[in-house]
Design a protein around this ligand. Structure first.
Ligand code: ADP
Length: 362
């Protein structure tokens, strides 16, 4: 027992002593004033002094008993769960994120311990997923860089063959071009994300036509929707102006639309919706693609996360991480609604900013 605990016990004992002394004194006074009159008892100095000594001894005994009961109660009810929480916290500090604390029984008198334990367990869960993502990041970057490089090397080797039909030569050259493009896009995305995360990109806000920008972004995918025979529904309110960084926002629309077209099978449907009130503009991009399960949905905004591996060759899992970062920088909101097998809807809500009054002026 260290000296702090001894001091704490003495302090507790004093509290109980004064409490017991107060209660006993009050009772004695009551007893003397009421009973002495009604029973006509006379108190001599001698028996008052004997009674006082006895009472003092009793007060000391009672306060000691209370102090012991209180110490045992503390030990069992407070120190034990506190020690469990502290020891789990120490394990987390040492990097063991798998540690969880078992909740106390429901009848436990101090409910706040169970709240602390459930918060702690949630924190440990979050930390372990962040740690997994961090360690995965390096592995992912290396893997994502190595795959297109290996494919390019293969095509390059095959191109060296002296007997090669024109058709094969074009196919291999196209393979190299596609993969080098993928590599370039991966590196650009990593750099962009890095800059956005380190706040090295400062949004340049200007007043521009968001309706026009969405139409332009949609048109970039014309070749794909014609190839896949995808139906387009564009419910884009005309002349919606916004004060924001158009370059960063075009990154958002391009990524969301590219995913919508990528995950929608032939003969599906992609819808783009834009509306606004005086303060906010709302963009909704929906598709009738494979949808996102609730488990996948938890991670889609994480770097390098790819839920649907069948489309993994067409992306690098950075698109939605970039989208989320840009929307956060713009202080907007992004939400996803999805049903597996039916499709997904991404909704982005942005503040229109100042100059709304200038609408349609430029
Ligand atoms: P990528 O598209 O390169 O795989 P993203 O960051 O853009 O990476 O998306 C992450 C994951 O989110 C995808 O791998 C996919 O599982 C899921 N996802 C995103 N958009 C959609 C969508 N419209 N429909 C179904 N799944 C989607």
């Amino acid at each position: 027992m260290n000296y702090k605990k001894i001091l704490h016990c003495i302090n507790n004992w004093f509290v109980f002593f004064f409490l017991a002394a107060f209660v006993v004194t009050c009772c004695t006074m009551l007893f003397i004033t009421t009973l002495s009159e009604s029973l006509d008892i006379t108190f001599t100095e001698k028996n008052i002094s004997a009674a006082a000594k006895l009472t003092f001894g009793n007060v000391i005994l009672i306060s000691l008993i209370f102090t012991i009961i209180d110490a045992v109660r503390r030990k069992l009810m407070i120190d034990r769960p506190t020690k469990r929480i502290i020891s789990a916290g120490e394990k987390i500090t040492d990097g063991n994120f798998s540690v969880r604390i078992e909740p106390l029984s429901e009848s436990y008198p101090y409910e706040s311990f169970n709240s602390i334990i459930s918060c702690f367990n949630k924190m440990a869960e979050e930390l372990s997923s962040v740690e997994t993502l961090r360690t995965d990041f390096i592995a992912n970057v290396s893997h994502e860089l190595k795959t297109p490089l290996a494919v390019m090397q293969n095509y390059g080797t095959m191109l060296q063959s002296p007997v090669l039909s024109d058709e094969k030569r074009i196919e291999y050259a196209k393979g190299i071009t596609d993969n080098s493009r993928r590599l370039a896009s991966l590196i650009t995305n990593i750099l962009k994300l890095n800059k956005l995360e380190n706040q090295q990109i400062f949004p340049v806000s200007h007043h521009y036509d968001l309706s026009e920008q969405l139409c332009q972004s949609l048109l970039q995918f014309e070749e794909i929707w014609e190839q896949k025979n995808i139906e387009i529904s564009a419910d884009i309110e005309d002349g919606i102006y916004i004060s924001s960084d158009s370059e960063l926002l075009s990154l958002v629309w391009n990524n969301l639309l590219s995913n919508a077209f990528k995950f929608t099978e032939n003969d599906g449907k992609v819808s783009v919706f834009l509306s606004a009130d005086s303060e906010y503009a709302t963009v909704r991009i929906s598709d009738t693609g494979c949808g996102i399960s609730s488990e996948t949905g938890k991670y889609i905004f994480e770097k390098f996360y790819q839920g649907d591996t069948s489309h993994a060759t067409q992306g690098n899992g950075l698109g939605l991480a970039l989208v989320k970062r840009v929307v956060d920088i713009m202080q907007g909101e992004i939400a996803v609604e999805s049903e597996v097998g039916k499709g997904s809807t991404f909704t982005v809500r942005l503040r229109r900013g100042e100059n709304i009054g200038l609408e349609k002026a430029d």
